[in-house]
Design a protein around this ligand. Structure first.
Ligand code: BGC
Length: 413
């Protein structure tokens, strides 16, 4: 048996995102897409986990479990519901959330953009419009002025490469197919724009959207740093891209497009947020389905907790900046599988630290069973179950396990 002590001050966290837990984020693009006839969202987000009103109890529960980091996002569409009109009441709401974290000795990590975008931004061309980076930076600056003294660390944008990832692994139709879908056309019509000008974040895979998003990140870092004094980074959806026989060259290309080109672009940031869920195999003819005999998660991809160790090593080697695991987790109704997943993933983090990689934290996705985007409430990633008819929370054994690891700041394996 090996014992490993994590460095003092190592961050043990869990995460949520505004739209997935708050409920009734009616001013953003996602809410619009969820309510169109024929939409690819299996159900709307509705009240979600009502975290907007229940955050105080939820944060107290995370502290009681042993966590010292809580990563959550602030909703741009609440803070700036119309172009240039900022809501002090909503900023004060997020101030209260941050204060609740401090009250419980939890470091709050804030994400300024986690997939959802105000409708007015999307109506102006969204993530393909030249003006969006400036608008995003203005919002980040305004929010940091109001909240910055309470923020422990920040992520500008969550998973800037999500559209590229989903398209290249076949989890999303190509832009050509999307633009023809009746619900897509209806969304564009509702916003008064043409279908090819509808550019929401989670479906952004074009070169132009990549440039717009990375430019928004750079501008946001500058804006945040002009008023705030805390570490700022970005988060990336990293896949452990593996080559099957004959697929080496294709795998190298995909690894570069998906992971390394973005990791190169964030050199110079204070840290990079690694978000890894599984591996992806490539053969001579492209993407391969899950391997026969390998367990699958509720998301359809493989149960592969070792992917985290591989991507942390890759991120450290390419980005050459400190790493924080800002998401890693399992969608499963069987919590015993989550326990195993966490144990194996955290072991991978320990292996990286033993080799001298500068890893500063591990954040499990997600704190609560929440709204899993197009898949609705079916997949359950949470450490804490939510009965959405009563909003009652129930702690799962995996939450206790990770909380104990956090308290001990050590693992035995
Ligand atoms: C996202 C989360 C999502 C999770 C699980 C990540 O891509 O940041 O919002 O719920 O993966 O699929």
């Amino acid at each position: 048996m090996t014992h490993f002590d994590f460095p003092q001050g190592f961050l043990w966290g869990t995460a949520t995102a505004a739209h997935q837990v708050e409920g009734n984020n009616v001013n953003n693009d996602n809410w619009l897409m969820e309510h169109l006839p024929g939409t690819i969202f299996v159900e709307p987000s509705g009240d979600a986990c009502d975290h907007y009103h229940r955050y105080a109890d939820d944060i107290a529960l995370l502290a009681e479990l042993g966590f010292n980091l809580y990563r959550f996002s602030i909703e741009w569409a609440r803070v700036e519901p119309e172009d240039g009109a900022f809501s002090l009441a909503e900023l004060d709401h997020y101030r209260r959330m941050l204060a609740a974290c401090h009250e419980h000795h939890i470091t709050p990590m804030v994400t300024f953009h986690h997939f959802t975008t105000p409708r007015w931004v999307v109506a102006q061309g969204g993530w393909e419009a030249a003006a969006t980076p400036t608008k995003f930076a203005r919002y980040c600056e305004r929010a940091t002025r109001h909240l910055g003294d309470l923020i422990g660390a920040a992520c500008t944008i969550n998973e800037v490469n999500i559209g590229v990832l989903l398209t290249s692994v076949g989890m999303l139709p190509s832009p050509e197919v999307l633009h023809q879908a009746p619900w897509w056309k209806a969304a564009a019509q509702a916003l008064g724009i043409a279908p090819h000008d509808f550019a929401p974040f989670n479906f952004a895979s074009s070169a132009r959207s990549r440039d717009t998003i990375m430019e928004a990140h750079r501008r946001a870092v500058e804006a945040i740093k002009s008023v705030g004094n805390f570490p700022v980074g970005i988060t990336l959806a990293l896949q452990d891209v593996q080559a099957a026989d004959g697929g080496e060259a294709q795998a190298d290309r995909l690894r570069y497009d998906l992971n390394d080109s973005f990791l190169e672009a964030v050199r110079g940031d204070d840290f990079v947020g690694v978000q890894t869920y599984s591996r992806h195999r490539i053969g001579p003819n492209g993407s391969l389905p899950p391997e026969a005999g390998v367990e699958r998660t509720e998301m359809g991809y493989e149960f592969w907790p070792e992917a985290l160790e591989t991507t942390i090593r890759e991120a450290a080697a390419v980005a050459q900046i400190p790493i924080i695991v800002t998401e890693n987790g399992l969608g499963s109704h069987d919590d015993t599988r989550r326990v195993e997943y966490i144990q194996r993933a955290v072991r991978g983090v320990a292996n990286c630290l033993k080799d001298g990689i500068e890893g500063r934290g591990y954040t499990y996705w997600s704190a609560l069973d929440n709204f899993e985007w197009t898949m609705g409430y079916r997949p359950t990633f949470g450490l804490i179950a939510v009965d959405r008819s009563t909003q009652q929370r129930s702690v799962k054994p995996s939450a206790r396990l990770l909380g104990e690891i956090a308290r001990a700041n050590a693992i035995d394996f």
